[in-house]
Design a protein around this ligand. Structure first.
Ligand code: HEC
Length: 499
C-alpha cells in the first residue's frame, strides 16, 4: 500500500510539472508572479523624465530632493510596503491640484503603466538595486547604464551639421552626424569613414598637434562630453566604408576629459597645442593643461561666471587669456593665471554665438543674434572698436584660423562670410546653401572654407576666388526627397526657425 502510494505520488509530481510546463510555457503572464521591479532600470528613468527637473539638488521644489536614493526614500514621502502612507505615490495618482507633476505647469500626469511600476516598487519594499550607493547621483547612475544606439546605416532624414573640421593634411572633412563622426574627401565628397560615438551630436572639433581629434558634444538635456579620438585606424569595412568604434574601442576613443549633465557646446585648442578649453550648457568654462600628454591632462580652470550657456570659446595666442561668449548676451575675457573674468563686452544685447581673438591677443571679435560682427578691445577698456559688418539674419557660428588672420561667420541667412582679421573687413560671401548654416571650418593651409547646414548639406569653397569646390549631403545613405517635416530633430542651441 505504502509502495503504491509512493509511486502514485511520483506520477502525481510528474503530471504536475508537465501541467505547469504546459500552462506556463504557453501563457506565462497569467500565472507568473509580478516581476521584481528594479529601481534603477524601471523606476528612476520615470522620475528622471518627469520629476528631476524640479526636484534636483538645485531646485528642491517643496524642499524635496529626488536625485539620490537616500533623499528620495525618506520616511515622509516613501514608506516601503505602504502605498497609502507614501506621499510620493499618492501625489502621482492624485486628481486635484497637488498632483505631481503639477497640473498648473500644464504637465501631463504619469501614465497608468508608469504609476503602476512606482506602486509595485513601493509594495515590494522600495529597494535599491545592489551595487549602487544610496548617496549616488541617480542622473549619473542612469547615464552610466545608458547604451548609445548605432547611427542609422542609411539616414532617412538628414543630420544637422553642428560641427566640422578639416584634417591636418587639408584633404578631408570630419563632420558631426547622428551618434557618429563622418569623414569625407573634401575634393569629391566621397564618404571614407564613419566613427561611431556615444555623443548624439558633436558641437565643436579641433585637431591636436599630434593628429588626435578633440570633440565636444552630447545628448541634449541628458549628457555632455569632451573626448579625444584617433581617427587614423582602418576600422572594419562595411560596403567599402571603414567603420571605427569610438564608443568601446580604446584605440579609437583615447580619452574622455569631461562627463557632465548637458551638452558641451564649444571647444578651443591653444595654438601651441598645450591647452584645451570648453564651455557649454552648464555655463562652466574649463581649461585643461595637456602639456604632459592627454593621459596626464590637468583640469586647471573650472569656473562659472556666465549667466547662461557658453556658446563660443577661444584661447588667445599669448597663452594668458581666454575669450568666451554666451547666450547671456555678453562676451568675456578671462585671465588664465588669476582664473578670473577680467572684462565683459556687453554691446551685442542678444545671444552671442561666436568669439575669436586676433593674433596679438588684444582684439576680440564676436557675433550672434544681433547679426553684427563686432571688433573690440580685449584688453583695457573693453570698448567696441567698430562693427565690421553684418549678415541679414542670425549669426550662428564664428570659426577662426589658429594662426592666419582669417575667420568665418555662418548665418541663418544661408551664407558663410570670410573676414580678414587684420584689416577688419569682409572679404568673401559664400553662397549656394539652402538652410541655416551651423558649422564651419577653415583648412589648415587657409585655402579652403567649408560650411555645414541644418539640412545636412556641406559645401567646400576656395577662399581665393570664392568658387565652389564640392557640395554633398553629410548624411550617409540619405537619398533626398524628404521635406523637413518631421524636422530631423530640434536644435537646442538656436531658437526655432522663423517661418
Ligand atoms: C514643474 C515642477 C515640478 C515637477 C516636474 C514635479 N514637481 Fe513635485 N513639487 C513641485 C512643487 C513646486 C512642490 C511643492 C508644492 C506642493 O507641495 O504642492 C512639489 C512637491 C512635491 C512633493 C511633496 C513634498 C513635500 O514634502 O511637501 C512630492 C512628494 C513631489 N513633489 C513629488 C513629485 C514627483 C514624484 C514628481 C514626478 C512624477 C514631481 N514631484 C514632479 C514641483 C514639481
Amino acid at each position: 500500500m505504502r509502495r503504491s502510494n509512493y509511486r502514485f505520488c511520483i506520477l502525481c509530481g510528474v503530471i504536475a510539472v508537465l501541467a505547469a510546463w504546459l500552462v506556463l510555457g504557453n501563457v506565462p503572464s497569467v500565472s507568473a508572479q509580478p516581476k521584481q521591479v528594479s529601481f534603477i532600470n524601471d523606476v528612476a528613468p520615470i522620475f528622471k523624465e518627469n520629476c528631476f527637473a524640479c526636484h534636483d539638488a538645485k531646485k528642491r521644489a517643496g524642499k524635496y530632493e529626488m536625485t539620490t536614493f537616500d533623499k528620495l526614500v525618506d520616511e515622509e514621502h516613501v514608506v516601503p510596503g505602504k502605498i497609502a502612507d507614501s506621499e510620493l505615490y499618492q501625489l502621482i495618482v492624485a486628481t486635484g491640484d497637488r498632483r505631481m507633476p503639477p497640473k498648473k505647469d500644464n504637465l501631463a500626469p504619469l501614465s497608468k503603466a508608469q504609476a503602476d511600476i512606482v506602486k509595485l516598487w513601493i509594495e515590494q519594499g522600495a529597494k535599491l538595486d545592489g551595487g549602487i550607493e544610496k548617496k549616488a547621483d541617480l542622473v549619473k547612475e542612469l547615464r552610466i547604464r545608458w547604451k548609445p544606439p548605432a547611427p542609422p546605416a542609411a539616414y532617412k532624414y538628414p543630420t544637422i551639421v553642428n560641427a566640422m573640421t578639416f584634417t591636418p593634411d587639408n584633404k578631408q572633412l570630419v563632420v558631426g552626424g547622428h551618434h557618429e563622426l563622418t569623414i569625407w574627401n573634401a575634393a569629391d565628397g566621397k564618404l571614407l569613414k564613419r566613427l561611431h560615438t556615444r555623443a548624439e551630436r558633436a558641437y565643436g572639433m579641433a585637431f591636436l598637434p599630434d593628429g588626435k581629434l578633440v570633440v565636444a558634444g552630447g545628448r541634449p538635456g541628458q549628457e555632455g562630453d569632451l573626448r579625444i579620438f584617433d581617427i587614423s585606424g582602418a576600422g572594419k569595412a562595411e560596403n567599402g566604408i571603414a567603420i571605427l568604434d569610438g564608443v568601446n574601442d580604446p584605440k579609437v576613443m583615447l580619452k574622455q576629459l569631461l562627463d557632465v549633465d548637458d551638452s558641451v557646446l564649444c571647444l578651443s585648442v591653444s595654438a601651441d597645442g598645450k591647452k584645451i578649453a570648453s564651455g557649454g550648457c552648464d555655463r562652466i568654462v574649463r581649461v585643461w593643461d595637456i602639456s604632459g600628454g592627454i593621459n596626464a591632462a590637468k583640469l586647471e580652470h573650472s569656473i562659472e561666471n556666465h549667466a547662461d550657456w557658453v556658446l563660443g570659446i577661444a584661447l588667445a595666442p599669448d597663452n594668458k587669456h581666454l575669450l568666451t561668449c554666451s547666450r547671456d548676451k555678453t562676451a568675456k575675457v578671462w585671465d588664465l593665471s588669476t582664473k578670473e573674468s577680467v572684462l565683459t563686452f556687453p554691446d551685442h544685447q542678444n545671444a552671442v554665438f561666436g568669439v575669436a581673438v586676433k593674433a596679438d591677443s588684444k582684439v576680440g571679435f564676436s557675433a550672434g543674434l544681433d547679426r553684427q560682427v563686432r571688433m573690440w578691445n580685449a584688453v583695457g577698456d573693453g570698448k567696441q572698436i567698430r562693427a565690421l559688418g553684418s549678415h541679414t539674419d542670425d549669426i550662428l557660428k564664428m570659426i577662426a584660423h589658429p594662426t592666419l588672420p582669417i575667420f568665418v561667420t555662418t548665418s541663418a541667412d544661408k551664407t558663410v562670410k570670410v573676414w580678414d582679421a587684420t584689416a577688419g573687413t569682409n572679404t568673401k560671401t559664400l553662397t549656394g546653401m539652402n538652410d541655416h548654416i551651423f558649422a564651419a571650418a577653415i583648412s589648415p593651409d587657409g585655402t579652403l572654407v567649408a560650411g555645414g547646414a541644418y539640412d545636412g548639406e556641406v559645401k567646400v569653397w576656395k577662399v581665393a576666388d570664392g568658387m565652389l569646390l564640392k557640395g554633398f549631403n553629410a548624411s550617409p545613405g540619405f537619398t533626398g526627397g524628404v521635406t523637413m517635416t518631421p524636422a530631423p530633430m530640434p536644435n537646442p542651441i538656436v531658437p526655432p526657425k522663423k517661418k
